[in-house]
Design a protein around this ligand. Structure first.
Ligand SMILES: [Zn+2]
Length: 237
């Protein structure tokens, strides 16, 4: 098992660790800041330095046993378990993903209906809602989202037991992404006074860190479902 350092320290962009296992182009490390794809959030990319040589990490995934697996661009890397590595995530990309992920939680707070799907991208993201008779307006949602951003609301993470979560079923807003049932503790993302929900993703620490957003499109997906797309108001570099 790799220590998932990003859970406690989502702002850490570099870290030293050791290779614990290798399977072709996939590496496991004793500790990692690379977020493995999950919960709608893409896996991190970045690089590893070993003995002065730089290796590119294309993607990060979670194995069924919970190990964090880092995908190198090349299978002929010559690395071995026990090698010391200095890792760096592609921070600008991760920070865009953190902003987008937190923004989707803000969007969720504005629409009191079930979420049926979603996807986080570094430039555009979407959430699907089972809206029923509830109506939404692009311009109004855009204004509400940016009002929350400009309110500089603290976003924090706390851990609760599965039992506590089971006793509060209202915390689970997302119908399609269930919190992992085998985990002893579940991470809750708390946007103070706005939204609390189980989520294992990485988030900004304050809504004011999110760049201005725009609801770019609202699509009909069946009679009751609407797909709401958001983008940054200004392209983010
Ligand atoms: Zn989330």
């Amino acid at each position: 098992m790799s220590e998932a350092v990003f859970q406690q320290q989502p702002y850490l962009a570099s870290l030293k660790s050791t290779i614990t296992a290798i399977d072709g182009q996939w590496l496991e490390l004793a500790a990692s800041i690379f977020y493995p794809r999950g919960g709608g959030q893409p896996g991190d990319s970045g690089s590893l330095q070993v003995n002065g040589v730089t290796f590119t990490v294309l993607d990060t995934q979670k194995a069924t046993d919970g190990a964090i697996r880092h995908q190198l661009s090349d299978e002929n890397h010559g690395l071995s378990p026990g090698d010391s590595v200095a890792m760096q995530i592609d921070w600008p990309r991760r920070f865009r993903l953190m902003q987008m992920h937190s923004a989707l939680h803000l969007l969720c707070s504005l629409i009191p209906k079930g979420v049926t799907g979603g996807s986080i991208g570094e430039h555009k993201s979407r959430l699907d809602f089972d809206l029923g008779e509830h109506s939404v307006d692009k311009q109004q949602l855009t204004e509400q989202l940016n009002a929350l951003i400009h309110s500089n609301i603290p976003i924090s993470q706390q851990w609760i037991s599965q039992g506590e979560l089971a006793a509060n079923p209202g915390l689970v807003r997302t119908l399609s992404v269930k919190p992992p049932e085998n985990a002893r503790m579940v991470s809750l993302v708390n946007i103070q006074g706005v939204d609390v929900q189980p989520c294992g993703g990485t988030h900004v620490a304050n809504s004011g860190e999110i760049s201005e957003l725009r609801v770019s499109k609202i699509e009909n997906k069946g009679r009751r479902n609407r797909r709401i797309h958001i983008v940054f108001a200004e392209p983010q570099i």
